[in-house]
Write a protein that binds this ligand. Structure first.
Ligand code: GLC
Length: 435
């Protein structure tokens, strides 16, 4: 009996060891994985992002991406990301930035300067405007993943039925819409859908009317509010009385991009203002009742003015509070690579931020119009680049919203108040040197 005892003890120890080994996660044995926390914005093509993250993890077995998905609205997404940055939260490594944020994030010390990763020679491969938007006092803070520019979508079939060419001026658009809606006698059909809810998209839409009428959001040299100037008032009144008053459903006052696009895709609007990705959804028979009947062109201007398309787009930044900037860069570099931007263009309809893709045969086969639209993307007008953009935007959002939502709003007096409030914010910039 005593002869077997050591064997029994050894056997017992071995089984105990194996038992504990089973409890240890396999990956701990294979070498610890580094988690990168990515705060992503809610896309209308979630599958493309899920696949992109999976591809990154396959190529980088030591790295795992933990994704947090924020709201679709740029304004609400800004609140989420800046809250984490204000808290110096190390649990966010990489985040998406709207094209209007890098100056603010740089000035606040929230975004990591990427100069050591994102070489000047590499930056040249991107469109100039998004790169400039990511540059603040000579340093670069984000890598553009896609660019955006406002476009006019229209019902090719309906315009053809009435012998119309796409409108070149806003009054012409209203006139065409009224004729078509009156003749079609479809109780659901309206003339126009755009984004008129109180959020950042409202600024993008209103800016296109105001600038194409020769007005401006504010005077960037004199640092003075200009919303009370006659050209601005005229454009805002046009939106209230004609675009919303005559040819849209009042529901547009609550629309962001997805709702306004849904209305167009359901065949409820003759004209629609949106970013380039809307093409993909409007022409997908599974998601749209007007697939194949959609045209796309530049936005109209006011008579004597020039068409203006707001520059939009999203970039990846790395948090200054991340404890993993090197792996975080690996991820940013992967997501903004030529291959990824190509996938995002092909499967999410996004306009690439990399120039070479505008000559790529696969991209052009799927989206031949990108070739001519490149001109619109290159000439799109950026919202002013300043660290105080968000407080200025909030004042403008309130003004535009109250001016257009109420039929007899006193636009002049609301505009004077808004300009006065903007002047207070702009005064903060007098002390600073310009970016
Ligand atoms: C798009 C644009 C962004 C803009 C936003 C407004 O996401 O890319 O720049 O601020 O729309 O809704």
């Amino acid at each position: 009996m005593s002869y077997h005892k050591p064997k029994l003890i050894a056997g017992f120890i071995i089984s105990l060891w194996s038992f504990f080994l089973c409890l240890v996660p396999v990956r701990a044995l294979a070498g610890a994985q580094t988690e990168i926390r990515f705060v992503n914005w809610k896309s209308q093509f979630p599958k493309v992002w899920v696949e992109a993250l999976a591809a990154f993890e396959t190529q980088n077995p030591g790295l795992k991406i933990v994704q947090e998905i924020g709201p679709h609205s740029s304004t609400e997404f800004h609140d989420l990301v800046t809250q984490k940055l204000k808290n110096r939260d190390p649990a966010m490594d990489v985040f998406f930035m709207d094209v209007i944020w890098p100056a603010e994030f740089a000035a606040a010390g929230w975004a990591l300067p990427l100069d050591r990763f994102f070489a000047a020679t590499e930056r040249e491969k991107f469109l100039a405007a998004p790169v400039l938007a990511n540059t603040y006092r000579g340093q670069i803070y984000g890598v553009p993943v896609f660019t955006d520019a406002g476009m006019l979508y229209y019902r090719k079939d309906l315009l053809a039925r009435y012998g119309f060419s796409p409108p070149r001026t806003w009054p012409e658009l209203v006139a065409q819409a009224k004729t078509i809606v009156a003749q079609e006698q479809d109780p659901h059909l309206t003339g126009f859908s755009g984004q008129f809810k109180q959020y950042e998209g409202l600024i993008c839409n209103m800016m296109e009317y105001i600038l194409s009428n020769g007005g401006s959001l504010w005077d960037e040299d004199a640092l003075q509010g200009t919303l009370h100037h006659p050209k601005v008032i005229e454009a805002v009144r046009f939106v209230r009385d004609r675009v919303i008053g005559e040819i849209s459903h009042r529901g547009v006052l609550a629309y962001q991009e997805p709702e306004s696009l849904a209305s167009f895709s359901q065949g409820r609007a003759v004209f629609h203002r949106n970013w380039p990705y809307a093409w993909e959804i409007a022409n997908d028979p599974k998601r749209s009742r007007v697939a194949g009947k959609v045209g796309i062109t530049v936005l109209p201007a006011f008579p004597g003015g020039k068409s203006v398309s707001t520059l939009g787009g999203w970039q990846l930044g790395i948090s200054r509070f991340s404890r993993k900037p090197d792996p975080a860069w690996k991820f940013v570099s992967f997501m903004s690579s030529l291959q990824m931007q190509k996938r995002i263009a092909l499967f999410a309809g996004r306009a690439p931020a990399r120039r070479a893709l505008y000559r790529d045969p696969d991209v052009l086969k799927k989206r031949p119009e990108f070739e001519s639209e490149l001109d619109v993307f290159v000439n799109a007008v950026p919202r002013p680049r300043t660290p105080v953009y968000i407080p200025l935007s909030n004042i403008m959002q309130r003004f535009f919203s109250s001016a257009i939502a109420v039929r007899d709003s006193n636009i002049e007096s609301l505009a004077r108040l808004a300009s006065r409030d903007m002047n207070r914010v702009l005064d903060l910039l007098r002390e600073r040197t310009r970016p």
